[in-house]
Design a protein around this ligand. Structure first.
Ligand code: BGC
Length: 505
């Protein structure tokens, strides 16, 4: 058993407890929610590049793909094909608001259980799809699962984690997302050679993490915060003892009770969120998600195989290249886990902006120069160079905007608006993921290489925003953000200290 340690963070009160095996098990099971999300992100690009899938559901796209003189950039431009990918995110957007209510009213655990049931039905409909309607309905149900899981899992992880390792544990959600994407890339690589049902295997294997989440969720506990918030005070104390592995949890218990009392005074968290004093964390949570998506990451995560075919690789090589970018994504996330509490959030975000700007710019330049719409291919060397640049781009994203896009919104809201505020972060993420999923192939077709300059321009904007407007939150206790961050900031302080800050309930 791990030795008893005193857990604390900076000037946070030091609570007693150790990192128990039980907490570790709960964390791994819950993180399967992230794995499901990642699997869904990674699987659709490979499936939409499989001929058997296209022949069955999108014969027009299949025909177009066969034409030798087809426009390089437009092979896959089809609104329905994009809807296959994007419908999931639209559903997740709506579901995350419902999930936020379920999460506060019934707890994190049932929210995750509902997510797993949505996932399981969604998997059955997509893998067993006989027509496009059935497949799209399946994607919508998967989206509901994503909305519920993404709302509950990060909060569950943050509330269960001992304070000292909360940042790292929170990023384990992103780590599982990237592992899910990588597994999906590997499955696609293998299943694309199984005819004619490879795509069914790809979509069906999503059932495994869903089953783990479904059955595993019976073994996990509810978080003490959620129990106490719902007046199950003694049960909350019992669970706190169990997860911390010590009898004396009085101090931490009292602090949760106090936070819950404060939160309870706010009857309408969504209304409170609209008041000026809530604006700084809300604007930042939403903008981080917008910027995260406008890095262009999902153009690569969803459509890497399509993109790599566009630059001239065959089907297999294109899928293999996606496996490589998927692996880089996983490994680079560890860099973030290691550095985030040492180097800080801002430096990671800014460094990544430079790295992503350069790589997007060079990719755009190469394609503009050498990949014309018709009768033109990149040389093998150039195509490999593009893959390397894509890897460098993914690397930068994976240690910055990927994990921090989720971490920062989860640590900057006060408890009374935390679930409501986080619901805005989740739904903004889904909205902009939807926009990229729905528009990318058409944008690629119309803007051609210019699409990379479009993303590069956004990277400049987000770099400036980070430099001037994003406060550093490294080492700041979660419940001192208002005093230590917002009230001290040259710009955001103007929203603080008004009547609203104290009175709105
Ligand atoms: C983003 C996803 C993205 C993934 C890539 C996540 O943080 O929200 O949209 O596909 O990172 O690893």
């Amino acid at each position: 058993m791990a030795p008893a340690v005193v857990i604390g963070n900076g000037d946070m009160p030091e609570f007693e407890g150790r990192i128990t095996v039980y907490v570790a098990v709960c964390v791994v099971i819950a993180a399967f929610g992230g794995l499901m999300f990642g699997y869904d992100i990674g699987i659709s690009g490979g499936v939409t590049a499989m001929d058997d899938f296209l022949k069955k559901f999108f014969p027009a796209v299949y025909e177009r793909k066969q034409h030798a003189h087809e426009n390089n950039y437009c092979k896959y431009d089809n609104q329905y094909l994009q809807l296959f990918t994007s419908s999931l995110y639209l559903a997740a957007l709506v579901a995350s608001f419902v999930a936020s209510k379920v999460c506060s009213k019934y707890g994190r655990k049932p929210t995750m259980q509902i997510a797993s049931v949505f996932f399981l039905i969604g998997v059955a409909l997509t893998a067993g799809g006989v027509n496009i309607e059935m497949v799209i309905i399946g994607r919508i149900l998967l989206g509901c699962g994503v909305g519920f899981a993404n709302q509950a899992v990060p909060l569950f992880l943050s509330e269960l984690a001992p304070t000292k390792i909360r940042g790292a544990l929170n990023i384990s959600f992103q780590l599982f997302i990237t592992i899910g994407i990588l597994i999906a890339n590997l499955v696609n690589y293998w299943a694309s050679n199984i005819h004619p049902y490879g795509w069914r295997i790809s979509l069906g294997l999503a059932g495994i993490p869903a089953l783990v989440l479904c059955f595993g969720s019976f073994a996990i506990c509810e978080t003490p915060t959620s129990l106490i918030e719902r007046n199950k005070v003694e049960k909350g104390r019992k669970i706190l003892r169990k997860i911390r592995g010590v009898d004396n949890v009085d101090e931490e218990f009292d602090s949760i009770v106090h936070a819950c009392e404060m939160a309870r005074q706010v009857k309408q968290p969504f209304r409170k969120l609209m008041k000026p004093a809530s604006r700084p964390p809300l604007v930042i949570a939403i903008l981080l998600q917008v910027f995260q998506q406008f890095t262009g990451i999902n153009a690569i995560m969803f459509y890497a195989p399509v993109l790599f075919q566009t630059v001239g690789f065959g089907n297999d090589a294109a899928l293999l290249s996606s496996v490589i970018t998927g692996a880089i994504n996983v490994v680079s996330t560890f860099v973030s886990i290691y550095l985030v509490d040492k180097a800080g959030r801002k430096i990671l975000l800014l460094e990544a902006c430079v790295q992503m700007l350069l790589t997007q710019g060079i990719i755009g330049g190469i394609l503009m120069k050498d990949l014309k719409a018709t009768d033109s291919y990149l040389s093998h060397g150039e195509a490999i160079f593009v893959v390397i640049l894509v890897c460098l781009f993914v690397m930068g994203f994976a240690w910055s905007w990927g994990p921090l896009g989720w971490l920062i919104p989860s640590e900057t809201f006060p408890l009374e608006t935390r679930t409501a505020g986080f619901a805005f972060a989740v739904s903004s993420n889904m909205l902009f993921t939807f926009i990229i999923a729905q528009a990318f192939l058409s944008m690629l077709c119309h803007m051609q290489a210019g699409i990379f300059f479009f993303f590069a321009a956004w990277i400049v904007v987000m770099g400036l925003f980070t430099w001037f407007l994003l406060p550093e939150t490294k080492g700041v206790p979660v419940d001192s953000m208002v005093e230590k961050v917002w009230k001290q900031h040259w710009f955001w302080s103007r929203f603080m200290g008004g009547e609203d800050e104290v009175k709105v309930v």
